[in-house]
Design a protein around this ligand. Structure first.
Ligand code: MG
Length: 462
């Protein structure tokens, strides 16, 4: 992929020694300061800043903090914390904003800056766009000496985080089982706080890649091909469950007691099944998450709010609709009682309590959820052609009276037997197709049909 700085709703991301320079990081600090001061009516805003374990984290922190303080904002240095920890601390400290320095699941050469609202959720799209505009214009207010921000350190984040997670589960029930748990913390921000959580839950923890060095022991995205070591460790130790986090510990995936990776879609599905087993309320998730969530909600007499892709959209829907739980099919579980962000610790605690309360093995709990086959593929598509592809697809499927169309995020077509989502990438000249059905042949045929329609449109656009 071409090395360019990405500035999107989810923040800034680029390469160290390449596109993400300390100059740019400092300018974003100044831009965020300007934005917060515009809304602060005279009082000096405070921003809580956390970072993951990457070696470039110190450098990036210093650059962002220099911009914030130069712009007249006080900085609270959270040190190395998870993204959900930073979100929780931002809200707990009543800061006017938060910053997390992380490139999430991207390899070590990357780093990034993510901006948070006072409640810990990522910036909503309008605020993210405003921040980008301020940064692009490059006109920052440098504070006079008496108004330059000051910096202090805050070390309580892990403790707050573990306490908040433990408050929403039944500690005694989980502790009584003395679960054997293997966690792959990928040398990231989850290393220390996960140990604290497992201690509280009286789990026998075997943590792999548990040193917070930022030297990721494997490709950090928590997907099947990167988790052989975890699957083997679960078998070797005869563990009840295996968990894998990404470097900023917001995403979580699960390996069952047989050392089988059960798929990232199951993280939210299991957490939702547990949540709805004892609480009533809606669930929010994005348009590309499995129908498992709909089945689980329907069985509990509850409904699902679907949002466009993007964590901030899901978080906003959770708050707006008062959902009991929500998240994303990529292993992101959000429990608003902790913070309106994806949280691997929340996911682990909910799944362990589900196991404890039912007395069932992880594989048995997964087998209780209706199984779907998901197909994800992509194909080249010139910029600007996507709307024509969507129109052609709606014409193609308009004869199906049972088809439902949703254009909130690309095009999603829901049929009784399957669904498909087609959308253009924001960063590359490609389109992504995602489809799901209980039947492999049905989803393969649907994806092929979509591809035929798209190819015809692209050919006629040449
Ligand atoms: Mg992440």
């Amino acid at each position: 992929m071409e090395d360019r700085l990405m500035v999107s709703v989810s923040g800034v991301r680029g390469t160290i020694g390449g596109t993400l320079t300390p100059h740019i990081a400092c300018d974003f600090g100044l831009a965020f300061a300007r934005m917060l001061k515009a809304g602060a009516a005279g009082a000096r805003p405070t921003v809580a800043v956390g970072r993951d374990t990457r070696r470039s984290g110190d450098m990036m922190f210093n650059a962002v903090a220099a911009g914030l303080t130069a712009g007249g904002v006080d900085v609270i240095d959270l040190g190395v914390v998870t993204t959900p920890g930073a979100a929780l601390a931002t809200s707990r400290l009543k800061a006017q904003g938060g910053v997390v320095i992380t490139a999430s699941h991207n390899p070590i050469v990357y780093n990034g800056i993510k901006f948070l609202q006072p409640n810990g959720a990522g910036l909503a799209a309008p605020a993210a766009q405003e921040l980008k505009k301020i940064w692009e214009a490059g006109q920052f207010d440098l504070s006079a000496v008496e108004n330059v921000g000051v910096q202090r350190a805050e070390t309580r984040t892990h403790g707050w985080h573990v306490d908040a997670v433990c408050e929403m589960v039944d500690l005694k029930t989980i502790a009584s089982r003395r679960f054997k748990v293997v966690v792959d913390s990928i040398n990231g921000a989850g290393c220390a706080v996960t140990r604290l959580l497992m201690e509280k839950l009286c789990c026998k923890l075997d943590q792999i890649n548990g040193e917070p060095t930022g030297q990721f022991a494997h490709t950090p995205e928590p997907i099947r091909e990167n988790l052989d070591q975890l699957c083997q460790a679960v078998r070797k130790h005869g563990a009840d469950v295996g968990f894998a986090q990404d470097p900023d510990a917001d995403r979580l995936v699960v390996v069952d007691e047989n050392g089988v990776f059960i798929g990232e879609e199951y993280t939210l599905a299991l957490a939702t099944a547990f949540a709805l087993s004892h609480r009533k309320g809606k669930v929010a998730t994005n348009l590309s998450t499995s129908r498992m969530i709909d089945d689980i909600a329907a069985a509990a007499g509850q409904s699902v709010v679907r949002t466009p892709t993007g964590e901030a959209n899901v978080a906003a829907a959770i708050i707006k609709h008062g959902c009991v739980i929500g998240g994303e099919g990529n292993g992101g579980v959000i429990d608003p009682r902790v913070a309106p962000v994806r949280d691997s610790l929340v996911g682990m605690a909910l799944i362990l309590q589900y196991m404890a309360q039912t007395g069932k093995k992880l594989s048995e709990l997964a087998a209780m959820i209706p199984h779907y086959v998901m197909v994800k593929t992509k194909f080249p598509c010139p910029a600007g052609v996507a709307p024509a592809v969507a129109e052609a697809l709606m014409r193609e499927f308009s004869s199906r009276k049972d088809a439902a169309f949703n254009t909130d995020d690309g095009l999603r077509i829901d049929l009784p037997e399957a669904w498909v989502n087609v959308r253009a990438s924001n960063t590359e000249p490609i389109m992504r197709i995602m489809g799901e059905s209980k039947d492999q042949a049905v989803v393969d045929a649907l994806v092929a049909q979509v591809r035929r329609v798209a190819d015809a449109v692209i050919a006629s656009a040449d």
